[in-house]
Design a protein around this ligand. Sequence first.
Ligand SMILES: C[S@@+](CC[C@H](N)C(=O)[O-])C[C@H]1O[C@@H](n2cnc3c(N)ncnc32)[C@H](O)[C@@H]1O
Length: 246
Amino acid sequence: MDAAGAAVGADPVGAALNASSTRPFDRATATRIASAFLPAHPLGNRWDYYYTRTKLGSDPLYPGVLQALRGSQAPLLDLGCGLGLLAHALRLDGQAMAYRGVDNDAAKIGRARKVADRSALADTRFEVVDLTGGPSPHQGSVAILDVLQYLEASTQWTLIDEAIAMLTPGARLVIRTTLGDASRRGRTSRVADRLANLIGWMQSRPRCYPDIDAMRTRLAEAGLRTTFSPLYGNPPFNNWLIVATL
Ligand SMILES: C[S@@+](CC[C@H](N)C(=O)[O-])C[C@H]1O[C@@H](n2cnc3c(N)ncnc32)[C@H](O)[C@@H]1O
């Protein structure tokens, strides 16, 4: 990666991030997507609504991922999908590929399923799956967004190899991850991940931050074309978007 933090690597699929895909959603779009997570009852719990609105309005994750997936109709498997925000962002963006989200947090999957049903998101499924046991079979695109650091290094590599094997021509492997380095962003990311676990928002605790050179080598050895781009936005974390294709 270059010193200025610009994207490095050939643009494999015309999915290079542009100015709008490195900015968070505008307030209206963030509120529109988050509104799906409002409780049915006015006195119900609004935590998911406020969390998703804040995340969507401050983190360029989803605009970056939408850009990376545009132009492919391949079914998408979202590994560690959380509340399934990506499914909502995809449909709002007019991307209609089949979507399957999996996560080991059964409570989040229950809420993801309920909200997706209530929002009538077409061709969208959610399942409880623990990635340490390997994902279920899939052919198409794969998203692994802010998940790798919760897995041991050996599980990360197994998962990445399995995701590579799922790719079909034109499909994309889209990974967002915090990279393990000694920068201030790297340190802030580690503290924030630990805190999220301590306050109970994240059931899993961070275990291992991927190494960018090892990741680049693994994807190249698999014969993939890749792009690595910083995807920070407002949060002070060391987040990078990696897009790979056959
Ligand atoms: C930071 S959240 C990211 C959620 C979603 N990918 C997104 O970007 O909005 C990390 C997710 O990984 C899930 N996760 C962590 N360890 C997991 C495992 N072993 N199997 C499945 N999901 C896991 C957590 O439950 C959590 O929902």
